[in-house]
Ligand binder design. Structure first.
Ligand code: HEC
Ligand code: HEC
Ligand code: HEC
Ligand code: HEC
Length: 500
């Protein structure tokens, strides 16, 4: 009993007294208009009844809860139990219950499906997806520890597995169809029954308060073999990585690629990861995959006017895209990344221009690209994840989920993505994330121009003058550096490069 009192008074402190009073009152006693007490099904602290498919509400973001109550009311999320209950709540009552439940501490996961094989299959799909079927990694949106992000994407860790299965089926059946940009509708439609069971078992078994102690640094390995995404070359599957010193280096390279803040910290000056722009851990065709790059070097680059080795090419992405420092040639960081790339390219012919290399080239648009049109595209298709301010979103544990597109935490002015041509090609093929190919070419150009018309860290090759730096490195119609946008000369107010 004393426990209950402690939890409630904590909620009072975090949610604010009036809020929590009204919320707690509704949860325990229901509403004047006839909504029953939420506690009778979801429990006093929102722990839910996992085995009965009644979701845990504790610790879910308040805005997400309000959005779901609205969807139950309008039946864009059709549910015969929650429809009358949500309809009976007034707007202030929704805010109050949402505030109350979001302030509760979610219970630790109870593993209701103790099947290690199923959980392992779910873990692999959650961390890696299955791009051969167009299924992205669940954790790319639901966050590395499945904790979700503020308001946009709900936490899945410790959620009821019966409930998760029911939601994925509801999207497949079209009875839940208010998900933003149709993201979950599209993803659920690609999952088969085994995959649904596996991800549900996995997420329900995950703890809420961070990774379990002693958790492996690497994500679990997928069992399936990789199939080509475009016709052409397919990199070997994860489970082909040998269990020896070579294999260790491959795994280190993959870890650096996925989480450079942790595995290559001295060389990183922003919150991005290599895989943010080379999606699917450098495997996905059309997203500058590592296997296609590896066999294309050494090569002459006009950017620095000499023949670059593969290692030197990667140094460039550290210096510009990661806004950091180039790791020394031969350092463990570059050797590991090169080993990972070599592994992915196994069997590919040297010097071949493999289909799927780089980002698919986009012709110049019919109408010149336009900032104002791009802003509209951005608001409708991108702000959901990258934020109206372009700064992205992090999980409650601080790890980046949606990367920053401009500002001090993004790539610097020297990066390839700062060239509207590259950005448009990347965006057309890969964004909105998991729905690549849905924007028109014109929309991709317009939104790329909008993204690349914002201030970001200075070009490390800055000569002391913006005009001079533009003339030397950014002299082309698809670079905004040095041009005036909304009364500001881009590059004139950049923070120095190389700071996190
Ligand atoms: C009779 C049992 C019952 C009662 C009482 C009840 N709920 Fe529910 N609730 C459910 C069930 C079952 C679901 C799962 C619906 C589905 O499968 O879509 C649910 C789902 C929800 C969800 C969606 C959670 C998510 O993760 O998307 C929210 C929010 C919610 N309920 C809020 C409330 C609130 C607030 C109250 C009290 C005013 C309440 N519920 C009362 C049974 C109940
Ligand atoms: C592209 C981003 C994205 C990816 C990838 C993604 N999700 Fe989601 N997911 C969302 C969003 C956004 C919502 C909230 C939908 C809403 O508001 O109705 C959501 C909601 C959910 C929910 C409902 C949770 C609840 O409390 O009701 C489940 C279950 C879910 N996702 C499972 C998955 C699984 C399993 C995968 C991987 C196979 C996955 N998601 C991949 C964006 C994503
Ligand atoms: C559903 C969420 C979501 C939406 C919507 C979305 N993105 Fe992304 N975006 C992501 C994720 C996740 C990544 C990183 C991919 C990865 O690591 O696998 C990303 C990466 C990027 C990157 C490269 C990394 C960086 O920080 O520069 C750019 C550029 C980008 N997105 C632009 C856009 C644009 C423009 C739109 C709208 C047309 C858009 N995105 C819509 C989730 C989203
Ligand atoms: C902000 C986005 C971004 C980030 C982050 C990023 N890159 Fe790149 N990378 C690019 C772009 C843009 C290109 C040029 C693609 C093209 O030419 O089509 C590129 C090219 C490459 C190439 C050469 C590809 C080829 O086919 O020639 C390699 C290798 C590479 N990057 C490795 C990395 C590594 C390793 C990291 C992390 C340390 C990283 N990148 C981080 C955007 C990024």
């Amino acid at each position: 009993m004393r426990f209950g009192i402690v939890i409630v008074s904590l909620a009072l402190l975090t949610a604010g007294p009036a809020f929590a009073d009204a919320g707690l009152n509704l949860v325990m006693h229901g509403s004047k208009n006839g909504a029953p007490p939420c506690s009778s099904c979801h429990g006093e602290t929102g722990a839910g009844q996992p085995a009965a498919g009644i979701p845990r509400l504790a610790g879910l973001d308040a805005r997400y809860i309000v959005r779901q109550l609205e969807s139950f009311t309008s039946s864009t999320r059709a549910n015969s139990v929650m429809h009358p209950i949500a309809s009976a709540l007034t707007a202030p009552e929704r805010t109050a219950v949402a505030g109350y439940f979001s302030g509760q501490t979610p219970p630790r996961a109870k593993d209701t499906v103790p099947d290690p094989k199923l959980i392992a299959a779910g873990a692999a799909l959650a961390a890696r997806g299955d791009w051969s079927k167009g299924i992205p990694a669940c954790k790319s949106c639901h966050a590395p520890d499945a904790l979700g992000t503020d308001g946009t994407v709900p936490r899945l860790a410790a959620q009821s597995s019966e409930y998760i299965v029911a939601q994925l089926r509801a999207w497949q059946a079209g009875t839940r169809h208010d998900d933003p940009l149709g993201l979950m509708t599209a993803i659920a439609s690609k999952l088969d029954a085994d995959q649904v069971a596996a991800v549900a078992a996995y997420f329900s078994s995950q703890p809420v308060n961070g990774a379990p102690i002693g958790a492996p640094a690497s994500d679990p390995v997928a069992e399936e073999t990789t199939k080509p995404v475009l016709q052409g070359f397919a990199p070997p599957p994860e489970n082909a990585i040998p269990n020896d010193d070579f294999g260790k280096m491959v795994r280190l390279g993959e870890n650096i690629f996925q989480n450079p803040q942790r595995f290559a910290a001295p060389y990183v000056g922003n919150t991005l990861s290599c895989s943010n722009c080379h999606i699917g851990r450098g495997r996905l065709a059309g997203s500058a995959p590592l296997w296609a790059a590896y066999v294309a070097y050494p090569a002459y680059r006009s950017k620095n006017k000499h023949v670059n080795t593969f290692e030197e090419r990667m140094q460039g992405c550290f210096k510009f895209s990661m806004n950091g420092k180039a790791p020394p040639l031969g350092s463990e960081t570059l050797v590991a990344l090169e080993t990972y790339s070599y592994f992915l390219a196994k069997g590919a012919p040297t010097g071949a221009d493999l289909p799927g290399r780089g980002y698919p080239n986009l012709q110049m648009p019919a109408r010149p690209f336009d900032y104002a049109r791009g802003q509209k595209v951005y608001e409708q298709n991108c702000a959901l994840c990258h934020g109206t301010d372009g700064q992205g979103q992090a999980a409650p544990d601080g790890r980046t989920v949606f990367p920053a597109l401009w500002g001090p935490h993004s790539f610097n002015w020297g990066a390839g993505m700062g060239n509207i041509k590259n950005a448009a090609a990347f965006i057309k093929a890969n964004m909105p994330f998991s729905r690549g190919g849905t924007l028109s070419d014109q929309q991709a150009w317009d939104v790329a121009a909008f993204v690349d018309s914002h201030e970001r860290p200075q070009d490390p090759r800055f000569t002391g003058s913006v005009a001079d730096t533009r003339a030397k490195y950014h002299d082309g119609a698809t670079w905004m550096y040095g041009k005036t946008v909304n009364g500001i000369v881009l590059g004139a107010h950049s923070v120095p490069p190389g700071k996190r």
